[in-house]
Design a protein around this ligand. Structure first.
Ligand SMILES: NC(=O)c1ccc[n+]([C@@H]2O[C@H](COP(=O)([O-])OP(=O)(O)OC[C@H]3O[C@@H](n4cnc5c(N)ncnc54)[C@H](O)[C@@H]3O)[C@@H](O)[C@H]2O)c1
Length: 389
């Protein structure tokens, strides 16, 4: 009989639903060393959390996340709430001896992220594990990209070009949400989506961002307060609220292995819905990825004869590709939710083996330092700003 891993999940909206399906699905497709049990879902409104638990498959509910930490049927706390709550919940959970999966960005400030990384280190010494939810690492094409770089197929990495483009607030009438409030979200496009491309490019190249020069812009400073909330943006009412975060973040960067990088994160790229575009050029080859075509990785092999060389469109659905063997026959693509399932698989496997999963809270802290350097650079007229290790 496979031992169980009791899960308590906090927050039941977008990420709550994505993580719920991952906890439900992972043991049905992957041979997991621990069987996740969806023990308890926590929110604040009793009726809404009960309805969500019923819909998403959770056995019980709590209306105060602190009660989740006291429960014996919970071994792991999954934090799917906005950034202003991450540090308090995650540190308390680790101190209560619960493993933690915490959504990204790890925190709203470097100080919070430092406290979380310290708590994670103390907990790890007691066998309590933690992971930050940079989910896109688990897209098979991204896994393949990292593999190609690690195998030396790209040679020396010279350029990293990364964009995360969305358009859900391009309309000035799109209403306020917590994502547009600094005290809740920490920053805007920078922390929400820029954090992903910092993590992804570091993950693919195996190098760290060491310095940045940045600009930030808020195009729409006043928006209607929401009359009702929807998936990302909801519907606006007649009263207005003030946007206190960036709408777009652009920065140049240097990587520890000598590569030069450009980063662009915006929610104003009209027509681009979730375009995570990464191109890496090395001395021996190049690769390119776009999440809007997420089952494909483009690869250019510089060793091929010039007559026939060109970017090759690799459909990353072969059983040899990362995670894919557990799913469907070749060519039957995967989607957004599979990354979350793979995240659960890697986390549960690490816990069962007694290993620290990645990305760790220390990795999350390092990304936070990059975000902080971007903000400081932008505030100082794009001054070159080093990232302290
Ligand atoms: N990994 C990814 O790709 C990805 C994608 C989207 C969001 N995120 C991250 O996930 C987190 C949540 O984002 P979301 O899009 O799910 O937001 P959301 O607004 O859809 O959901 C937030 C949930 O948290 C609940 N909540 C807020 N404060 C709470 C509290 N004190 N106690 C209990 N519940 C509380 C809300 O009621 C809601 O259910 C954020 O950190 C965000 O950056 C990650």
């Amino acid at each position: 009989m496979t031992p169980t891993l009791g899960v308590g999940l906090i927050g039941y909206a977008f990420m709550g639903a994505a993580h719920s399906q991952a906890w439900r699905t992972a043991p049905h497709f992957f041979d997991l060393p621990l069987r996740p049990e969806l023990a308890v879902l926590a929110g604040r409104d009793p009726a809404r959390v009960a309805a969500a638990a019923e819909r998403l498959g959770w056995a019980g509910t709590e209306t105060d996340w602190r009660r989740v930490l006291e429960r014996d049927d919970v071994d792991l706390v999954d934090v799917c709430t906005p950034g202003d709550t991450h540090a308090e919940i995650a540190i308390a959970a680790l101190e209560a001896g619960k493993h933690v999966l915490c959504e990204k960005p790890l925190a709203n400030t470097v100080a919070e992220a430092e406290a979380m990384a310290e708590a994670a280190e103390r907990a790890a010494a007691r066998g309590v594990r933690s992971m930050v939810g940079f989910t896109y690492r688990r897209v098979p094409a991204i896994g393949l990209a990292r593999q190609l770089v690690a195998e030396g197929r790209l040679g020396q990495i010279r350029h990293v070009r990364a964009q995360y483009l969305q358009d859900w607030i391009a309309d000035p009438a799109a209403p306020m949400s917590w994502r547009l409030e600094k005290d809740k979200a920490g920053s805007g496009a920078l922390g929400d989506i820029g954090a992903h491309i910092v993590d992804l490019t570091q993950h693919i190249t195996g190098q760290l961002v060491t310095g940045v020069s940045a600009v930030l812009e808020t195009f729409v400073t006043e928006r209607p307060l929401p009359a009702e909330t929807g998936k990302l943006s909801g519907v606006g009412g007649s009263e207005m609220g003030t946007v206190t975060v960036d709408d777009a973040a652009l920065f140049l960067g240097r990587f520890s292995g000598g590569a030069l990088a450009t980063f662009e994160a915006t929610r104003f790229a009209l027509g681009r819905k979730n375009a995570i575009r990464i191109e890496v050029n090395g001395s021996a080859g190049s690769l390119a990825f776009d999440f809007e075509d997420m089952n494909v990785l483009e690869f250019f092999d510089g060793d091929e004869p010039a007559e026939t060389a060109g970017f090759r469109r690799v459909i990353v659905t072969e059983p040899e590709h990362p995670y894919v063997g557990a799913w469907w026959p070749a060519g039957h693509g995967l989607g957004y939710e599979h990354g979350f399932t793979h995240q659960v698989v890697d986390l549960v496997t690490a816990i069962a083996k007694g290993e620290d999963p990645t990305p760790s809270f220390a990795d999350g802290l390092q990304v936070q330092r990059v975000l902080d350097a971007v903000e400081r650079s932008a505030a100082a007229n794009s001054t070159w700003t080093e990232i302290s290790p």
